[in-house]
Write a protein that binds this ligand. Structure first.
Ligand code: SF4
Length: 375
């Protein structure tokens, strides 16, 4: 592999309880964590000659904040043994508000974790209960304060909107509360439910409805307006950063076809136009690693057409947009010539703008980005 700065994702698939809306795979058997760390270290070693340089590490889950500082140190020693980790690497940890004390966070800061993403979801206890979260709004606030006290100066907050019974006014209150802590990054996700989740079943049995298209658009536009008025850059459909340097370096790699390695069950990797992903069950993952096998579920090689369509889809979800000259050089497609009528119509309807050879979504365009990609 050429010496490109790749991204590294480490999955921690353990949760103490299951949130009602969550369809991610995770298990409650935290007693397996030591065995899991040992397996992760073996998987790290497998990839020593495939990847070499990383400038972003993202530890997600599940609930990574269930690991002890000692367990993070074990992982980092292994990473440093087999890979070159950039001295200024962005190292993010996803954390649940109920799990993090200031003492714990101080130790994490000392061992090199420099970005914390807290799963606040809401500052409204009714919403937290509705979602089946383990924490309260008071715990969410304490977690933010503890993070600041511990020296985290790159702090992200995740929020969820579009919840039954939450009107635009209460959503605005949650946004304003988040803004009052001046986090460097805010992610806002619309509640979407897999039909196997308990909350989906509750929606069906209670006859609750998801926001209709108009309300959805209004929620998205309100979110963008509130956060942009507070000085945040709306750099991707769901993501806002206080300054350019606080945009998630790691997540941008997913949107730009930069190589990334995913370790742990269900984790995805991408390199040289190939994408592969691991088996999802923790037990299978542990067994295969113990037998000296790669726990890979499947691999796909992306065709030139798939790559250019993905780049179009992902580009139109970001403020950076699509640099038409670079797009042509990389994918051999002249978007402006091929899709002139559609692009002209989108510009006329103020959904995209074309400036200095960059095609990018407007605020309304971002709100309907999934439809834009169908051009
Ligand atoms: S903590 Fe996160 S991963 Fe775990 S069940 Fe809740 S939403 Fe899912």
């Amino acid at each position: 592999m050429k010496k490109e700065q790749a991204g590294l994702y480490i999955h921690i698939p353990f949760c103490l309880s299951k949130c009602g809306y969550c369809s991610f795979y995770s298990i409650k058997s935290v007693n397996l964590i030591p065995e899991y760390i040992a397996a992760l270290k073996k998987e790290i070693k497998y990839y020593r000659n495939v990847f070499s340089f990383f400038d972003s590490i993202y530890i997600g889950g599940g609930t990574p904040s269930l690991l002890t500082p000692k367990q993070f140190i074990e992982i980092f020693i292994s990473l440093n043994k087999y890979f070159n980790i950039d001295i200024n690497a962005e190292i993010t940890l996803e954390a649940n508000p109920g799990d993090i004390s200031s003492k714990y966070l101080k130790t994490l800061r000392r061992i090199g974790i420099n970005r914390l993403n807290i799963g606040v979801q809401s500052f409204d206890d009714k919403v937290l209960k509705f979602l089946g979260r383990r924490h309260s709004s008071v715990e969410a606030i304490s977690a933010i304060e503890a993070a600041r006290k511990a020296g985290f100066d790159n702090l992200g907050i995740d929020l969820i909107y579009g919840v039954h019974g939450l009107n635009i006014k209460s959503w605005k209150n949650t946004l304003q509360k988040a803004i009052s802590f001046s986090p460097e990054h805010i992610s806002c996700y619309q509640l979407s439910l897999d039909d196997r989740t308990p909350l989906y079943k509750k929606y069906s049995s209670e006859g609750w409805h998801f926001p209709d298209e108009n309300t959805e658009l209004k929620l998205l536009l309100t979110t963008a307006e509130e956060l942009e008025n507070a000085g945040y850059i709306h750099y991707e459909v769901s993501n806002f950063a206080r300054k350019d340097k606080f945009k998630s370096r790691h997540n941008q790699k997913y949107w730009q076809h930069t190589p990334y390695l995913g370790l742990g069950p269900a984790a995805h990797s991408f390199l040289n136009n190939k994408r592969w992903w691991n088996k999802a069950a923790v037990k299978t993952y542990l067994n295969e690693i113990a037998q000296g096998k790669m726990p890979v579920e499947d691999t796909e090689t992306l065709s030139a057409e798939q790559l250019q369509l993905e780049a179009l889809f992902l580009g139109l979800r970001t403020k950076a947009g699509i640099d038409l000259k670079l797009y042509k050089a990389k994918y051999g497609v002249d978007l402006l010539a091929n899709k002139k009528t559609i692009i002209d119509a989108l510009i006329k309807n103020k959904l995209v703008e074309l400036k200095n050879g960059i095609l990018r979504p407007t605020r309304t365009g971002m709100a309907v980005a999934d439809n834009l990609a169908l051009i």
